[in-house]
Design a protein around this ligand. Structure first.
Ligand code: GLN
Length: 540
């Protein structure tokens, strides 16, 4: 049977609960355990797929096509495990399945209630995560802060879960804040005491406290927290602010957090191998050059809307010991083709990521045209690839009214269109192409040079596709279709000949990038951006 760890948060939100959970997962994985992660989100949306990127940030997509919270991206990047649709459960998901069962008569006449029906459903989702992954250890993060009304059913469910599975099979880790008060120059434990008291009022006694703090905790504070919160003093863990989040697992390891977890769960603390992680930290702390990437998007006011893209750029930078500076450029600013030289003055490469709707696409297309005409490395992702195709059709193939059906349903030249299958479904209920699809890489292309293989799988989240009617014309004008989904005959990757790097993909490669394993397409883009910068300075 799997063992279970539940991570709760107290005092304030934004403490780094997700990174705490991921760091513990990493240490356990490096000790040879199979680890799986799950996040409970107490909001009522079924998933974040319909929430504005301005509110919620990016929607992270799993290989099996679930639209999930961006914390899952942290999990995957830290532990390098592919999560699945059992990994992100919202209140909406729980209620909708309970209501569906009620309508199907599955509760045979009983009054359906929060306890036990909602809490049972939550407990089932914890078990499903364990069953679907076959993991030795499942770590579940409970979104929100203790005391929030909306997370109560989740708290009650994990309390019951522990009662049913036994102390040795599940563990409660509570993350809190130890604020530092300027003036009296002291760290304060009271907010933590109160949040543990809140947790106890719901029947949960934490086993381990992870204390976010700006200053080191001395032994007297640790003893005080241990005494007042009824936790072993060795289980009061300091989570001091760090410059580089990859240091957090090492800080925990130095305090033996993973050994304590193994002891409490009554499993062997197998030998650990952290070599790869130490190498990563060394790389991150010793970047010796920098490159500036212009990220042109619709939602740049909230950087979290492009979290995985940002991370994937940074990972590719690690490969070349290069720091990535991102210039966040709102596509709204580029509506007119004016001052382009000025706007892109310091930029070594231009990336246009995904997005939905017609707003500000003109600006994104102007950025693409600028990159194409001036031989500046360009990378278009999903919408970015679609817009690169429309720009190419308009300005290279001379189809002045080229467009996407997404922006103009009546367009005579739909370079980007719904694919046949979606067209049919669309009349009933529009749907997205979500999750993993295979792609065949064509040999002797840039895509092949970097992927170094022919068959790949990449994650998707889009409704529209390149319209194959235009393939021949595009090829005549110098476009290379370097990745295709052969089964569905869909364009997956485009690249331009006679350009140092002009590449676009219909999928979202950013979801598969890892700090220790950059994604091949990001690697191509960053490598050429670095070369571009060096050439300008006559270094190469
Ligand atoms: N809006 C486009 C589509 O639905 C692109 C989506 C995206 O960039 N994720 O096809």
């Amino acid at each position: 049977m799997a063992k279970f760890i539940f991570v709760t948060g107290g005092v304030v939100s934004g403490l780094g609960k997700g990174v705490t959970a991921s760091s513990i997962a990493l240490l356990l994985k490096k000790r040879g355990y199979k680890v799986f992660m799950q996040k409970f989100d107490p909001y009522i949306n079924i998933d974040p797929g319909t929430i504005s990127p301005y509110q919620h940030g990016e929607v992270f997509v799993t290989y099996d096509g679930a639209e999930t919270d961006l914390d899952l991206g942290h999990y995957e990047r830290f532990i390098d495990v592919e999560l699945n649709k059992t990994s992100n459960i919202t209140t909406g998901k729980i209620y909708s399945s309970v209501i569906e069962k009620e309508r199907n008569g599955e509760y045979s006449g009983s009054t359906v209630q929060v306890v036990p029906h909602i809490t049972n459903e939550i407990k089932n989702k914890i078990k499903e995560a364990a069953d679907s992954s076959g993991a030795d250890i499942v770590i579940t993060e409970i979104g929100g802060t203790i005391g929030d009304i909306e997370s109560l059913p989740f708290i009650e469910a994990i309390r019951q879960f522990r009662q049913e599975t036994g102390k040795e099979n599940s563990l409660f880790i509570h993350t809190t804040l130890i604020p530092y008060i300027y003036g009296s120059y002291e760290l304060k434990t009271k907010p933590t005491q109160h949040s543990v008291a809140d947790l106890r009022s719901f029947g949960i006694q934490p086993d381990i406290l992870v204390c976010r703090t700006p200053k080191e905790l001395d032994q007297s504070i640790i003893n005080k927290l241990a005494l007042y919160c009824s936790v072993d003093s060795k289980a009061v863990i300091e989570a001091i602010d760090v410059k580089n989040i990859y240091e957090i697992p090492i800080n925990f390891y130095n305090q033996k957090l993973d050994e304590i977890v193994c002891e409490y769960l009554n499993i062997r603390a197998k030998k650990i191998n952290l070599r790869e992680w130490y190498e990563l930290i060394d790389t991150v702390n010793n970047l010796n050059s920098s490159v500036t990437i212009g990220l042109v998007g619709k939602y740049v006011e909230l950087h979290d809307a492009y979290l995985s893209v940002k991370e994937a750029l940074i990972h590719a930078g690690y490969k070349f010991h290069t720091k990535i500076n991102i210039e966040w450029i709102s596509s709204e600013l580029l509506k007119k083709e004016e001052n382009m030289n000025q706007i892109f003055k310091n930029v070594d490469g231009i990336i246009v990521p995904g997005g939905f709707g017609v707003k500000d696409i003109k600006g994104e297309m102007n950025a693409i045209k600028y990159a194409r005409e001036n031989n500046i490395p360009f990378f278009g992702i999903c919408l970015g690839m679609q817009l690169a195709c429309i720009e190419f059709a308009q300005n290279v193939c001379n189809i002045s009214d080229a467009n996407s059906k997404e922006f103009d349903e009546q367009t005579k030249n739909p370079i980007i269109d719904l694919m046949l299958e979606t067209k049919k479904i669309n009349q009933l209920n529009s749907t997205l192409r979500l999750g993993n699809y295979p792609c065949t890489i064509i040999k002797n292309t840039k895509a092949h040079e970097y992927y170094k293989k022919v068959n790949i799988q990449e994650r998707h989240r889009h409704r529209y596709e390149f319209n194959n009617k235009y393939i021949n014309l595009f090829e005549q004008k110098g476009m290379i279709f370097s990745g295709m989904n052969n089964e569905k005959k869909l364009v997956e990757i485009i690249e331009l000949e006679n350009h140092k790097c002009f590449i676009g993909c219909q999928f979202h490669p950013e979801f598969k990038s890892r700090p220790t394993k950059p994604h091949p397409l990001f690697e191509f883009f960053i490598k050429t951006s670095i070369e571009n910068k060096c050439k300008e300075k006559n270094v190469i």
